[in-house]
Design a protein around this ligand. Sequence first.
Ligand code: PGA
Length: 255
Amino acid sequence: MTHRKKLIAGNWKMNKTSADAAALVRELTAAAGQRTDVEVVVCPPFTAMEGVSRLLDGSNVRLGAQNLHPEKNGAFTGEISADMLRALFVSHVILGHSERRTLFGEQDAFINQKVLAALKNQLRPIFCVGETLVERESGATLTVVQTQLEAGLAGVSREQAADVIVAYEPVWAIGTGKVATTEQAQEVHAFIRTLLTKLFSEPVAQKIRILYGGSMKPANAPELLAQPDIDGGLIGGASLEARSFLELVTAAAVK
Ligand code: PGA
């Protein structure tokens, strides 16, 4: 089996002014800025991005965005393009997050355009999939995940696929304190890897990181991260404080 370096990404959502963001990033880089055993990514809001980018210069912590618009530029009020992100040394971008899907009506086809635009511009998508509680309870989890995954990654080439990071985030576990059990998470992660094998080949699927997201915390992370197909975490609440986020980074480093 290929060794996949674990990745811990903080999704700050709509939290932190640029001053707050700078304070948090200073703490993170002081403690984990030179780590090479875990890949660490922070995804601040757009307004904090430039300042954070400057503070990350010289550290191994990478900068991610929470969204992008697939067009290069033009009349898209309120939107941000891949070019604009690249100019700030952004390397990753969260796409298809369930909050974008449910609160802002983003659908698979549009998310797919974003994934393709990100890859074309050397940004690594952190592409999110996951079922709602109703879908899980009706036994539709794997079908929902399959539909989102296949639609979101349509047209991605085998070469590009190795740059994709998938995040499995059961919607019912996000921000609710309800974490998927280790077995529930591993089952879906293994299923996603099987789908990736069919789409892109076994060697490519073995390289792709599949993150878990949804109330991941220092207390539940070690068990989740010990699963064979859980390659890291996409962290919301616990990424807003240096202490809990750094504990997650440490948990990911344990072999
Ligand atoms: P949470 O959010 O860790 O607060 O559940 C995860 C996410 O939405 O990415």
